[in-house]
Design a protein around this ligand. Structure first.
Ligand code: ADP
Ligand code: MG
Length: 311
């Protein structure tokens, strides 16, 4: 029986499982007869003394069938490289990892996301990323002289933290404030009287939930006080979100899309470890259930299991 087999499966969830998302995902796994092994990535590493070459507490010499990445902890460049190394290694060993480390890297670094969006031919605002302050000033002067404004974002930013609207050169952050990287993006003035954008949640090639976020300021993250409103995404939005997710190689993602005054849509970013508590409040589908179902379908697909078991 499918559920019988599923309950034998070792599924790792990287995170501490104590946050809302961790608890919601754990419940969804349990509905499928699986109790995920909750392990923070900073408890994992490598060892030549295990059969797998990896150290994942609770697994010993076994490999999991799947690994769901809820959260990659911060730390030194070396520490984060080690955590991502563990995720890369799991993929190399044939384990289903959601999201894959390559997708996480492409999404955490906003400049790489921009690169992939542009390469896929997707509309995204004009963007520049450089370490040189003088060059950042030159770019800003050029855009300001055209009558535009810029948004400065931390390269690894999330939840609307650390964003700045650049209306004059004096607004540019000091190098220390941005860890030495100037990520500058043309500001898209609001199409409506108020500030809003869309968040679409993509899972395995489908948009499973969508909302409009009405901002109390131009930064429309839920964490910054924006109000979520349920939305039925147009075909154009759906297509952009699906293409944005697939161009970075993500199996699921939260995609932010904004509309300019001329009606044109722009993909702002792709989140490989999105929050969905705000979206869940205005959605009928149980997002964690849909996500876990799709993940388990991929991780426990018969071809994969046979391959791993050497059957
Ligand atoms: N180029 C832009 N033009 C207008 N508003 C923007 C622009 N970039 C970001 N914003 C606003 O700021 C929010 C956060 O930006 P985003 O790139 O999604 O970073 P974060 O990772 O912090 O969510 C967006 O949801 C949007 O409301
Ligand atoms: Mg965002």
């Amino acid at each position: 029986m499918g559920t019988q087999r599923a309950s034998d499966a070792a599924i790792v969830m990287f995170g501490d499982g104590r946050d809302w998302h961790g608890r919601s995902l754990t419940r969804a796994f349990k509905r499928r007869g699986i109790t995920p092994l909750l392990v923070p990535l900073n408890a994992c590493g490598f060892s030549t003394e295990t059969a797998t070459g990896l150290v994942i507490p609770g697994l010993g010499d076994r490999l999991p069938e799947g690994a769901f990445v809820r959260f990659v902890p911060g730390g030194s460049f070396e520490a984060v490289t080690l955590y991502l190394g563990v995720l890369h290694a799991l993929r190399e060993l044939g384990v289903t990892v959601w999201n894959d480390a390559r997708a996480i890297e492409r999404c955490v670094d906003k400049s790489t996301t921009t690169f992939f969006l542009q390469r896929a031919g997707l509309p995204t605002p004009r963007t520049f990323a450089k370490v040189d302050r003088a060059e950042a000033e030159a770019i800003a002067s050029r855009v300001l002289a055209e009558g535009g404004k810029l948004v400065q974002k931390p390269l690894f930013g999330a939840q609307g933290k650390g964003l700045r609207l650049i209306s004059s050169l004096a607004d540019l952050a000091s190098p220390e404030e941005v860890n030495g990287v100037y990520y500058l993006q043309e500001f898209i003035p609001p199409a409506q009287a108020h500030h809003q954008d869309w968040r679409l949640f993509v899972c395995r090639g489908r948009v499973i939930a969508a909302m409009i976020r009405h901002g109390s300021s131009w930064i429309t993250n839920i964490k910054q006080g924006a109000r979520a409103k349920a939305a039925i995404a147009s075909q154009e939005l759906v297509e952009l979100a699906l293409r944005a997710t697939s161009c970075v190689g993500a199996d699921y993602a939260g995609v932010d899309i904004i509309q300019g005054r001329d009606g044109r849509l722009f993909v702002l970013e792709v989140n490989s470890m999105p929050a969905w508590n705000g979206l869940q409040r205005v959605s009928r589908v149980r997002i964690s259930d849909r996500l876990v179902d799709a993940f388990l379908d991929a991780a426990l697909a018969p071809s994969r299991r046979e391959g791993q078991e050497g059957a």
